[in-house]
Ligand binder design. Structure first.
Ligand code: FDA
Length: 309
């Protein structure tokens, strides 16, 4: 019931200004975001890798309408890739990029700017010996993001995509992207989407997730199973076995701070597990989406706001 209002607040500038006065060290923020500085993210990456996990880093930010901001985001990715490489972490750590953070939403030139910027990041990732995955945002950007992915994959075929099972179109997109060499992260979807394009009922979203998993696991690509849902984790494992996939020919992905014990349990059982690690100052939209998934954290969040200095 609270999901929709929280997702609407995620895009409110007024609420954002109020909430972001809260320091990142505040409990509810630091549960999901290890820090604002690149050094914080690299240190957290090192710790996760040491405990047997893989990482994908996300420099927080989205929906930018400012060219300089988009350029600054590219520079942040180049810097983190350089630091990961220098510390010998880039074999086990890649980056996730939101195209709206690198210019996709700029009027008229958005797609072109986002493609060029994403290309620059892919180049740096390849030099560092790692890969890029394009995050998926709200449904108005899906075609543009998949189009950019197709362009990028001409030069960087290792670039990963994200598909969201709440969208009606996604099973078909899974079929299109289940080819050899294709890396696809399947998630349920985190935005506030209308009935015309997305299932609203959780059970329908879950059923779609299973149908999409079946396509990806039976296909030739590399499925990345992004969920904290114990049922989906079990089903993914069963489908991998049924399709004769060995551990490492697919991976599990979970968000930083969510079900860390399960992340370790899977890794200890020999599964490849990657943690999505967001960092930076623009944590507001990300935090609101996490609260929308888990409204039971809301009272803790409100107490943090009231007690802020
Ligand atoms: P669901 O929300 O149904 O939760 C299942 C169970 O997981 C819960 O019962 C609870 O036990 C646990 N859980 C879930 N959220 C929790 C929380 N916040 N705190 C504590 N426990 C929690 N979305 C998107 O639209 N575009 C994208 O690019 C991405 N990228 C992405 C990458 C990775 C690695 C992950 C894991 C997720 C994404 N997402 C995403 C987010 C995704 O779409 C979805 O919103 C969340 O993963 C929550 O969905 P679950 O599959 O975990 O199931």
């Amino acid at each position: 019931m609270l999901r929709q209002p929280l997702l609407m607040l995620a895009r409110s500038d007024k609420v954002k200004a109020f909430v972001t006065a809260m320091p990142v060290s505040s409990g509810i923020v630091s549960r999901y975001v290890p820090g604002e500085a690149t050094e914080d993210a690299v240190a957290a990456t090192g710790d996760l890798i040491e405990s047997g996990l893989h990482v994908t880093l996300d420099f927080l930010g989205e929906d930018t309408l400012d060219r300089e901001q988009a350029d600054a985001t590219v520079a942040a990715y180049l810097s983190v890739l350089e630091q990961l490489s220098a510390k010998g972490l880039s074999r086990n750590a890649e980056v996730s990029v939101k195209l709206s953070a690198v210019g996709q939403a700029l009027p008229d030139v958005g797609e072109k700017v986002a493609l060029e910027n994403a290309r620059t990041i892919c180049h740096a990732a390849r030099n560092a010996g790692t890969t890029v995955t394009l995050d998926m945002e709200d449904h108005t950007t899906t075609d543009s993001t998949l189009g950019t992915l197709r362009e990028l994959r001409k030069d960087f075929p290792e670039t990963g995509a994200v598909l969201q099972s709440y969208l009606h179109r996604t099973e078909a997109d899974c079929r299109d992207l289940a080819y050899e060499g294709s890396r696809v992260r399947l998630c349920k979807g985190a935005y506030n989407e209308p009935e015309s394009v997305a299932w609203q009922d959780k059970h329908d979203v879950d059923k779609s997730y299973v149908r999409c998993l079946k396509v990806l696991m039976a296909g030739q690509g590399y499925p990345m199973v992004a969920t904290h849902d114990p049922r989906m984790v079990d089903i993914a494992g069963a489908l991998a076995t049924r399709n004769g996939r060995s551990q490492g020919s697919y991976e599990y992905q979970m968000l930083f701070g969510i079900r860390p014990d399960e992340q370790r349990r899977l890794a200890e059982a020999g599964e490849k597990v990657r943690v999505y690690l967001p960092y930076g100052q623009e944590w507001y939209g990300y935090l609101m989406r996490r609260l929308a998934e888990r409204p039971s954290n809301l009272s803790f969040f409100l107490r943090s706001l009231i007690s802020k200095k």
